[in-house]
Write a protein that binds this ligand. Sequence first.
Ligand SMILES: [Zn+2]
Length: 276
Amino acid sequence: MNAHEIHRAADLIADADALIIAAGAGMSVDSGLPDFRGSRGVWTALDTPGATEDGLRELLQGRCFTANPRKAMQFYGHALDVCRRTTPHQGYGLLLEWARKKTHGAFVYTSNVDGQFQAAGFAETRILECHGSIHHFQCARPCSPQIWPATGFDKSMHAAYSTLLPRCPRCGGPARPNFLLFSDPAWLVSRTNAQRLRMEVWRGAPERPLVIEIGAGLALPTVRMFSESLRIPLVRINTHDVQAARANTVSLQGTALEALRHIERELSRRFACQHG
Ligand SMILES: [Zn+2]
């Protein structure tokens, strides 16, 4: 990793009074998690029994929750279990430490549905999950706008492949995770919209915000479009396609954890020089 770029990234982080952390699938990869909504990595990582290419493609379509709720929830119930058991990698802790030193702290914008930022200690009120969350349910039809935490749903369903499916408390029909799949008009966006509103309010205060974009690719560019739309200094970390056409951007090619550790080392070195 380019030392000059690491220095520039450390400069930008040191100067900022608030951090916007924009994270894509690459942020989860270092914890051993795949992108549950798209990348092919999901299938191998979850080691889905009896999975076929067509069957798995079907599981990425929004209609899977009404067409074949049992199969869909076996798969996503297992995914939920994997997310719950996964410990966020050290990079989350580094970001949290940097955020605590900022006047306005940090706000997270993530396309990941795995809940790893919450698990790492980021406040629920400072996270925008633009594609929803696997840790919340909604009615699969849906019959009402209700979204509820998946806490009552345990992994025994997957382990036993039992007949128990999560149910909508209102109509009794199948429930589903509150995240966006492909061709998925049934996804309820109200929880994400409430998060978006909180972010807009928060963004009014910082004077020198910096966006740190991590692991966001070009294939599903939601996170990149968001971070570029802010028109503020940007630190971009990704294993590929890191080049940016605009000024005030630092590009670091590497994995999330590797790049964050490099920056931390530089920030610590400076701190030691100032206080040693
Ligand atoms: Zn319902």
